[in-house]
Design a protein around this ligand. Structure first.
Ligand code: 16G
Ligand code: ZN
Length: 531
């Protein structure tokens, strides 16, 4: 076949180092950028095959998120803007690891197994983050697409969630918006302006927000978006990439893990701040109080704020829609108790990794999902969107109901439903605080986090640990869970679990307890039990 001549010719320009073996992990391929040229080319090919198979546009994003600048990575985006389906992750790994002279066979195998009609058209959207390795690597993706006769559209510098959004808009023929960066800003900012119309009398102080752009793509995009907000938000942008290094001592992951503000930022007591990660799909908020104490508002606090707002609006609108919050084992125990006992919303727990949370959230009329690390969004079912719209357009509904329905409608439009999105999450959070006239301190006071500690343990083979119950209990090695249970019993309000990391060669230990000393001691004791 003519295509295979082309594959062989082109792939020789993106050779695989013999013996190198990489896995399509929880968040795609991710490693030092120097090892990725052949992976990019091959993922361009795989995206083309996936596009032919699904007869839809597929996305390829070149980024390594919160990893250091020297790393890079790639993620594929499926037709509805969601992450690549797990069955194809295996093909990704097979193509990535086929030695040079075996590549044509590996490609043919995917075509045969999936019965792909190669005469079909293929369309691939490509995006990249600001890493210095990204231009060459995204060109390798584009080369891979054309090697199999696909068409690519290069969006250049975009956030990961922006690329997901483009794919979704394209495949739904503009029903949710226009597949352009301008269209993205227009849709989200208009919804923000609509929402905040319900919050008159906001002072400039209340509209002020410090944003840490992690020296990455999120910073560029906030700058680009700002004028669409019609002065409805006054952003002081830090770590905008003009001086500092990507993710270095800044960004959402640094702030969450270190539990402190980014280095080199002067924040005044009480000032509302947020940090994005390197590809702007995570966000955390924080402030320092008058005693200089740091307060983190992580994904759990964000989920609580959003779900409480939505629940109130549903009650006011008199709409009978179920709402659930989806968390992982890392969710602070206080957040789970607050949501279940005080807010009376359904809470579900899934394994770590966005695809698991997303999938669970799809089972509800409204599914709010957040990982504690700040990755999350809200999913609205088609039926929910329709009911909200009907009520908003119903000439006979009373003012309270109508207002609530209109607010719900704008909430649907402000959020990026394809994947967690720091920019759109930020707009929703800012709008909720504005509409409810709430300060960051009042939001923080909704519940008090239990002190907690996370540790990493290096073991010879992390795969000997197998878990169940959404990673909250270890089933192997034998005796480990019993040991954890008896350690937990020594402390008040305590909980602990261990799981093998999906992105690093370590076992992660999590512990929480009534005091920081207890959480630290418990985490330490559990790590000893893991050896
Ligand atoms: C990946 C996941 C993130 C998860 C993290 C856990 C996606 C897009 N990203 O970054 O959701 O929290 O892995 O890492 O799914 P770990 O397995 O090393 O703890
Ligand atoms: Zn990220």
């Amino acid at each position: 076949m003519a295509e295979f001549q082309e594959v062989l010719k082109q792939s020789a320009l993106h050779p695989k180092p013999a013996g190198l073996c990489l896995q399509y992990g929880t968040a795609g391929f991710r490693t030092n950028a120097k090892q990725l040229d052949h992976i990019m080319f091959r993922m361009g090919m795989l995206a083309t095959l996936r596009s032919k198979k699904t007869q839809a546009t597929i996305g390829v994003m070149v980024t390594a998120s919160h990893n250091p600048e020297e790393d890079n990575g790639v993620k594929l985006v499926d037709p509805m803007g969601e992450m690549l389906t797990p069955a194809w992750e295996d093909y990704a790994t097979q193509l990535a690891n086929a030695e040079q002279d075996d590549l044509a066979r590996a490609v043919k195998e995917v075509i045969q197994k999936e019965a792909i009609d190669m005469s079909r058209e293929a369309n691939v959207f490509v995006g990249k983050d600001t890493r210095s390795s990204s231009p060459a690597l995204s060109q390798a993706v584009i080369d891979g697409v054309s090697a199999l006769g696909g068409h690519s559209k290069d969006y250049g510098l975009v956030t990961t969630p922006q690329l997901h959004y483009m794919v979704w808009c394209q495949n739904t023929k503009g029903k949710y918006g226009e597949a352009t960066v301008e269209g993205y800003y227009r849709k989200h900012c208009q919804a923000y302006v609509q929402l905040t119309k319900n919050a008159s009398n906001r002072t400039d102080d209340q509209k002020h927000l410090c944003v840490d752009g992690a020296n990455g793509i999120g910073a560029l995009k906030v700058r680009e978006m700002e004028h669409h907000l019609q002065k409805g938000l006054q952003i002081s942008l830090f770590n905008d990439g003009s001086k500092g290094k990507l993710n270095h001592q800044c960004g959402a992951d640094f702030v969450k893990v270190q539990q402190k503000p980014p280095a080199d930022i002067e924040i005044n007591p009480g000032e509302r701040c947020c940090s994005f990660d390197g590809d702007a799909d995570r966000i955390v908020y924080y402030y320092t109080d008058s005693d200089g104490r740091f307060h983190l508002l992580d994904g759990d606090k964000i989920a609580t704020l959003i779900s409480t707002f939505l629940k109130e609006l549903l009650t006011q609108a008199g709409l009978d829609l179920n709402i659930a919050v989806v968390q992982t084992a890392y969710a602070n125990g206080s957040s789970t108790l607050y949501l279940e006992n005080t807010m009376k919303v359904i809470v579900k727990c899934t394994k770590t990794g966005v695809k698991h949370l997303h999938h669970e959230a799809q089972k509800f009329d409204i599914g709010v999902y957040f990982e504690a690390n700040g990755h999350g969004t809200v999913l609205f079912s088609q039926a929910a969107v329709e009911k909200i719209q009907q009520l908003a357009e119903d000439a006979n509904s009373d003012d309270t109901k109508k207002r609530a329905a209109l607010l719900l409608q704008s909430t649907v439009n402000v959020i990026n439903q394809t994947v967690g999105d720091a920019i759109s999450d930020m707009l929703l959070i800012e709008a909720i605080l504005a509409v409810r006239g709430m300060t960051v301190q009042q939001w923080d006071a909704m519940y008090t986090d239990l002190p907690n500690r996370q540790l990493k343990v290096k073991v010879s083979d992390r795969r000997v640990i197998d878990t169940t119950d959404a990673e909250r209990r270890a089933v192997s090695p034998a005796g480990l869970q019993d040991a954890i249970d008896s350690l937990v019993k020594k402390y008040r309000q305590a909980r602990s679990f261990v799981r093998p990391s999906g992105t690093e060669d370590v076992v992660r230990v999590y512990a929480e307890a009534e005091t920081q000393e207890s959480a630290d001691a418990l985490a330490h004791e559990v790590s000893l039990a893991v050896y």
